[in-house]
Ligand binder design. Structure first.
Ligand SMILES: *Cc1c(COP(=O)(O)O)cnc(C)c1O
Length: 378
């Protein structure tokens, strides 16, 4: 996997830290999801990695885009995505931004509250709207839980209200939680959605779309179901609960489209101990939480690491891995038993694997004067 990245790093020796994204791997991820879920339209959740070459590639392959802000909408348009293939999927939008998106021609909007519906009715009359259902995020390493969505009783009322306000009550959405490790979550989520379809149909509102969000995985240290395991569970759930009344299906993958396609190259800046008795070495890298690795918060996402010494028969021992900045929260892994080779030395390059998703966009702006994480798309 990603031998092109290894070659690029060896040939170009770019300054570290940097992220290298293999566009062929992104294309392969898009194609394999299309094969696995042929009934679904893919809306790439561009917050995962909005690098222009990634967006251009996916736009060229026919992807649609899930945009979280008018700025992402602009980026998708400038990458060549037609406006009909954009969804304004954030449930929290300024009314002024809804109006601007509408003026550009965006026709699909998410909401999960009455106040948001009021804004949509005011400045985007007639637009397709879909209501997001709340999920508890269980089983997910990065849960997105409870902040978004509403309970089904409220969603029922809001969809009737959407119709009465002159909007097009188009469908329902949910997100089972990012890096979802329990494929059993799909049955419950799809089942609740289908039940609401039925109840609303009885009230005269015929929904046409179900948006199953993201949740598909990248490859980290902790075992997780792969894309096909997820797709199998999704299809089983859709067939079970919708049967021959299958609506349009939208899927919004972020992590699984770009995660495994990227590698961060970093450098060991310092190796030290705090006392002569200290059992663990501290290994400080030139990238940390503020350089784009914020998903290590609470050690939620455990990246796989590669060092130049992995093939040697030297011993390994426990380490605490930290970033370079002057903030005590800038520690990546302290409790989850990372071990690195005893021969690891200051100046060694370390590769942080599967870092194509949720890294560059989470990088801080010049904390301690450090430049933003550079991306090379190859
Ligand atoms: C972040 C997000 C996604 C992408 O989720 P992944 O788990 O990264 O695939 C999809 N839809 C919405 C609404 C999101 O907020």
């Amino acid at each position: 996997m990603t031998s092109r990245i290894q070659r690029y790093l060896a040939d170009e020796q770019p300054q570290t830290p940097c992220l290298v994204v293999d566009l062929e791997a992104v294309a392969a991820a898009y194609e394999s999801l299309q094969r696995a879920l042929p009934m679904a339209t893919i809306y790439y959740a561009m917050k995962a990695n909005p690098a222009q070459p990634v967006l251009q590639l996916l736009a060229g392959m026919g992807s649609s885009f899930d945009c979280a802000s008018i700025y992402e909408i602009e980026q998708a348009l400038s990458a060549g995505a037609p406006v009909e293939r954009l969804s304004f999927g954030n449930t929290i939008k300024k009314q002024d931004h809804i109006a601007r998106a509408r003026a550009w021609g965006v026709d699909m909007f998410a909401f999960d509250s009455e106040a948001e519906l009021t804004k949509l009715a005011a400045v985007a009359p007639g637009a397709k709207v879909y209501c997001r259902l709340v999920m508890d995020g269980s089983g997910a390493d990065w849960p997105l839980a409870r902040k978004f969505g509403c309970e089904i009783e409220m969603a029922y009322d809001l969809m009737l209200k959407a119709r009465d306000l002159g909007l097009d009550p188009y469908g329902l959405s949910f997100h089972v939680g990012s890096q979802q490790r329990d494929v059993g979550q799909w049955d419950m989520a799809v089942g609740r959605t289908a039940m609401l379809f039925t109840n609303l149909a009885e009230a005269g509102v015929n929904l046409r779309m179900v948006n199953i969000g993201g949740g598909f995985t990248a490859t980290y240290r902790t075992d997780a179901p792969n894309q096909n395991d997820h797709a199998t569970a999704v299809i089983a759930a859709l067939n079970k609960h919708f049967g021959n009344r299958m609506p349009e299906v939208i899927v919004e993958p972020g992590r699984s489209m770009v995660g495994d396609a990227g590698i961060i190259q970093a450098e060991v800046v310092l190796i030290s101990k705090k006392s002569y008795e200290d059992e663990k070495r501290w290994v400080y890298l030139d990238i940390g939480k503020f350089g784009g690795l914020i998903e290590t918060m609470d050690e939620a996402i455990k990246y796989r690491l590669r060092t130049p010494h992995d093939d040697e028969s030297v011993g390994k021992s426990p380490v605490i891995i930290a970033g370079p900045t002057c903030d005590e929260v800038d520690v990546l892994y302290r409790n989850c038993n990372y071990e690195l080779p005893d021969s690891l030395a200051v100046g060694d390059k370390i590769q942080i694997l599967s870092t194509g998703a949720y890294t560059t966009t989470y990088c801080s702006v010049a904390f301690n004067g450090l430049p933003p994480l550079q991306t090379y798309c190859i």
